[in-house]
Design a protein around this ligand. Structure first.
Ligand code: TRP
Length: 455
């Protein structure tokens, strides 16, 4: 089929692929987004539904991306063209656009984590929640934010420019173990805090009444979180699997990646909630400012809080880096494969464009929301949905064949997988898309319209 004319890099080791996929999955979604979702959606009840969705929705969807990537050995646009034929390439373009939009503001938020790491060294966390909030608003937008967004972007560019083996693989083999060791260490620390037992009760014993009363908001939130945290819906796992170059048990690899990602999210809850309870903050309050306001204020309150905060935010920055690399690689692989541009040139050019695109998000929180909601609630879900329709309904036989490479005969498990994609995954994505569009319209006519009017 004329694919793979140019020599294409592959991962040096099996562990390299798994580290990279784990590094992509574990990020701001686990450490920043997950705890405040739990807080807003009813604690342990949300956790339970979330875990269910990871297995029911996340696992089959991840295998879809894996088989498409390994089968085509191409970037997402080329992969979809190869699998689905001409017009499906446009879905690949949605992926590229999503990568651009997400990374532009992801890098700004990552810049905040760098700022808050430095703040620890300056002993700068403020114990008063009101003051901590004012501090966050001050640091989140403006020159500080732009400069750190640039610093983060340059780091991502340099790693991606070095390519798969010498850039991404090397970086994730250092970053991922660091994330794991530090998170576990911090959970042990959190266990010693006064508020720990109260926090565990809140986090770990679901109240069935909460699920019954709140399921209409818990279900979409849990499904969205499952997709985002596993880096699904924009071709990251297609791209990473395209560098496999050998037959391996993809189901096993997927289970390992999901296991690590879920463990890190779960453990983050064991860190964040004891700290919040100890500082007397209601976990339902924080919202999106959770770690930068409530948690930072708790660090301002705790003995040696500056040090704990320094380690915590440093870890978040590292986790954001290994995720940002994967977002960038989607776009770079497209330009390198399809446009024949040299990797280094591509990385610097795309990184530069991403820096510019991120500037609005670094100057105003409303604009960051504008990008975040659009990417998260619309682009990501739309791209993911179309991919699941293509693989689940149009090329299912090919997909099952590809999955069996490296596993052997799948028997009825292959059928079970395809039906999991066809019904639960697709239905959940359709519902999530509908709700996402509604929410976006609300945002555009609400906060965004107000912002425009105040200009
Ligand atoms: N999964 C990452 C996190 O939890 C974010 C991320 C990286 C992502 N690549 C992605 C999310 C692709 C959606 C799609 O922070």
């Amino acid at each position: 089929m004329g694919l793979g004319d140019a020599p294409r890099e592959t991962w040096a080791t099996r562990a390299g692929f798994i580290f990279a996929a784990v590094g992509s999955a574990v990020g701001l979604g686990n450490i920043w987004r997950f705890p405040f979702q739990v807080g807003q959606e009813g604690g342990a009840a949300f956790l339970l539904i979330y875990l269910l969705f990871i297995i029911l929705i996340g696992f089959p969807a991840m295998l879809v991306e894996f088989v498409v990537g390994r089968n085509t050995e191409r970037n997402p646009v080329g992969a979809l063209k190869a699998v689905g034929g001409g017009a499906w390439r446009y879905v690949g373009w949605i992926f590229i656009a999503t990568g651009f939009v997400i990374l532009s503001y992801y890098s700004v938020v990552a810049g905040w984590t760098i700022r808050y790491t430095i703040l620890g060294l300056q002993d700068g966390y403020l114990a008063d929640v009101g003051e901590a909030e004012a501090q966050f608003v001050d640091l989140a937008s403006g020159l500080d934010a732009i400069v750190l967004h640039a610093v983060f972007m340059v780091t991502v560019i340099v790693i991606v420019a070095y390519g798969i083996q010498r850039g991404i693989e090397l970086a994730v083999k250092v970053l991922v173990p660091a994330i794991i060791v530090i998170t576990v260490g911090m959970a042990i620390y959190a266990f010693t805090l006064e508020g720990a037992s109260e926090a565990y009760a809140y986090y770990l014993s679901p109240e069935w009444g909460v699920i019954a009363a709140e399921w209409t908001s818990i279900l979409p939130a849990a499904a969205g979180q499952a997709f985002f945290t596993l880096s699904l819906g924009m071709g990251v796992m297609i791209t990473y699997a395209s560098y496999l170059g050998e037959d391996r048990n993809l189901a096993e690899d997927g289970a390992i990646v999901i296991g690590f990602d879920t463990a890190i999210a779960f453990i983050t809850g064991l860190i964040v909630f004891p700290i919040l309870f100890t500082a007397g903050v209601d976990p339902a309050d924080p919202g999106a400012g959770a770690i930068f306001v409530s948690l930072a204020a708790a660090f301002g309150d705790l003995t040696l809080g500056w040090l704990i905060g320094f380690i915590f935010f440093g870890t978040v920055a590292i986790a954001a880096l290994s995720s940002a690399i994967s977002l960038m690689e989607v776009v770079v692989s497209y330009v390198v494969d399809e446009r024949g541009i040299e990797r280094r040139t591509a990385a610097f050019g795309i990184g530069g464009a991403l820096f510019l695109l991120g500037i609005p998000s670094a100057t105003d929180l409303v604009l960051l929301d504008l990008f975040d909601l659009f990417a998260d609630q619309i682009l990501l879900v739309l791209g993911g949905l179309l991919l699941m329709i293509l693989v689940g309904w149009l090329v299912a036989d090919l997909a099952v064949d590809e999955l069996s490479r490296g596993i052997g005969d799948l028997g009825s498990l292959g059928t079970a997988w395809i039906w999991a994609v066809r019904i639960p995954v697709i239905v959940v994505l359709i519902v999530a898309l509908a709700l996402g569009v509604l929410e976006y319209v609300e945002f555009l006519t609400g906060p965004f319209a107000e912002w425009l009017a105040a200009l």
